[in-house]
Write a protein that binds this ligand. Structure first.
Ligand code: SAM
Length: 262
């Protein structure tokens, strides 16, 4: 089925630097589109605006909920190189304007840690993609920001699950150990989240007062699914590390056993 709104977004983000696949970008778009305007949308980590555009254009088709895009615009440790200064704000602004998303995006040039100190708006949807590897930093983000999430609001964290599509296409985007553990402790292990699901590398959940036993069991099932994907991802990485002479030998002996050409 074609989805004209989404096709338009795909065209607008084409060529903008970023790491998210269609699955994750579409998740952002459709969750923003479904927001009921009971709180704002917050993005932590916007880089050059690719994911921000998905959120804003989804929101534009829905209830026009404002998107607060929080980023110091100086990159994450992964992006920083000695002697090189990163400043993504100008490119971010140009991309947001060109996509026709400027009326809904409020850029906040700050770290998430500083921004939360004076935060006083209810949040309906928060997307966390600051590319933290660190368990404690991710944990603090979840604890401090989810206080502002409304009941029924959605929290989504990137880099917390390996993407099956990534594995199949030979570009295995993966979950990072720190965020993975933070999600295990504070989302899967919490009574305050339900409907825990996966969308590519994203884990997302809805805030609630007290989840039921069946909601907790459904959450644990999602966690098992994620664990299974981690195993496939691990096996994939192992295969890519096998030296080519050994791979050639294995291929040859497999082919001779099955009477196939190697
Ligand atoms: C992986 S990129 C985000 C990509 C973006 N979500 C997208 O898909 O287009 C991570 C971003 O997090 C930002 N960042 C790093 N530390 C941060 C912090 N403490 N608070 C908020 N953002 C941070 C970096 O500047 C960088 O732009």
């Amino acid at each position: 089925m074609t989805e004209p709104g989404w096709e338009n977004v795909e065209q607008k983000i084409e060529g903008i630097d970023g790491w998210l696949s269609d699955i994750e970008n579409h998740f952002l778009y459709s969750t923003a589109k479904n927001c009921a305007n009971k709180g704002v949308i917050v993005e932590i980590g916007s880089w050059k605006g690719r994911s921000t555009i998905c959120l804003a254009l989804g929101s534009k088709e829905g209830k026009q909920v404002k998107v607060y895009a929080i980023d110091p615009h100086t990159g994450s440790p992964d992006h920083q190189r000695p002697g090189q200064k990163i400043w993504t704000f100008n490119e971010f602004t140009n991309n947001i304007r060109a996509a026709g998303a400027a009326s809904l995006v409020i850029p906040v040039i700050s770290t998430a840690e500083d921004a939360v100190k004076n935060w006083n708006l209810p949040i309906e949807f928060i997307f966390i993609d600051a590319n933290y590897h660190d368990h404690e930093l991710t944990k603090n983000l979840i604890i401090n920001w989810s206080k502002h999430l409304i009941r029924g609001g959605t929290i989504a964290l990137n880099s917390t699950n390996p993407s099956m599509l990534g594995i199949l296409s030979g570009k295995p985007l993966h979950g990072l150990p720190g965020p993975k553990k933070a999600v295990a402790d504070l989302i899967y292990g919490s009574r305050n989240f339900k409907n825990i699901r996966l969308a590519g590398c994203i884990t997302y959940a809805q805030k609630c007062d007290n989840n039921t036993l069946s909601e907790r069991m459904a959450g644990r099932f999602t966690q098992l699914k994620s664990g299974f994907l981690y195993s496939i991802h691990g096996a994939y990485l192992l295969l890519t590390k096998i030296p080519s002479p050994i791979k050639k030998f294995l291929k040859k002996s497999l082919a001779s056993r099955t009477n196939l050409k190697s």
